[in-house]
Ligand binder design. Sequence first.
Ligand code: UTP
Length: 307
Amino acid sequence: MGPHITKAVIPAAGLGTRFLPATKAIPKEMLPVVDKPAIQYVVEEAVNAGLEDILMIVGRNKNALANHFDRVTELERNLEVKEDTARLERVNYPTDLADIHFVRQGDPKGLGHAVLRARRHIGDQPFAVLLGDDLIDARDPLLATMIAEQERRNATVIALMEVDPDQIHLYGAAAVERTDNPDVVKVVGLVEKPDRADAPSNLAIIGRYVLRPEVFEILEKTEPGKGNEIQLTDALQTLAADDSIAGGVYGVIFRGRRYDTGDRLDYIKAIIQLAVDRDDLGPDLRRWVKQFASGLSDHIEGPGTGH
Ligand code: UTP
């Protein structure tokens, strides 16, 4: 058994170039998904898995993130005067969710570099990493399973999801071997954003990791890789190639609902998928989507229906 995990790291310092100009002055993690910024879903997920000490890795637009998890007294007073308790609760909720800390990344030199910025805060404990633009539906818990697996095996645990082979070039891909559990695989190799022909499988790395502190040592020595960025996948490949460093790498296969809010098309889909299931918006939205879709049926043609 490994030590108990209490800390989560949320990297949110990427440039969000796919979403410009919306992300010129705010991080993409602050884009609203229905009526909450994406980052709040991710913080709620960490808290639901028992992680209340959260470190956000932030970039030049730190203030929007910090303010969202801080109090806004004039807004609170205004809602109090109006006795609008429902909205007051929603405004205050993110403030008391967790113990949130911030550290700057400075130059966004890649996800691996962002995780390395957490070293001092994390110390010598295993910890979770949750990507702020990758939403896992709260009805399909993943992180708690990963944490349990990490504590049981005292290894590195990543989340994997089967994707269409045409999409694997957008992800890190894993070469795997079976274990006695059909939902857990041993990861024997990883490649960041491979061409379809070079991909070892269609198992893609998604944005949840439970890491051992040895990863920091490896990241220090990891040279810039794809996109000239320091890639977390490259450090994980080093760990997967040699079990003697930190017990190897295991993958938990996720079969639930996931939404990639860093991609414009997936972001639009995420909002619709989440909103149709909501009690307040769902009934009206479902009716409208059906009507709208029936009017579209003649137009499904042309390029770019994919990602
Ligand atoms: P992405 O590659 O999806 O983010 O990184 P990006 O670079 O902001 O996106 P585009 O391609 O320009 O639109 C995955 C996660 O890692 C964080 C991002 O904020 C995101 O949550 N990240 C990435 C950092 O914190 N620092 C970096 O240097 C790079």
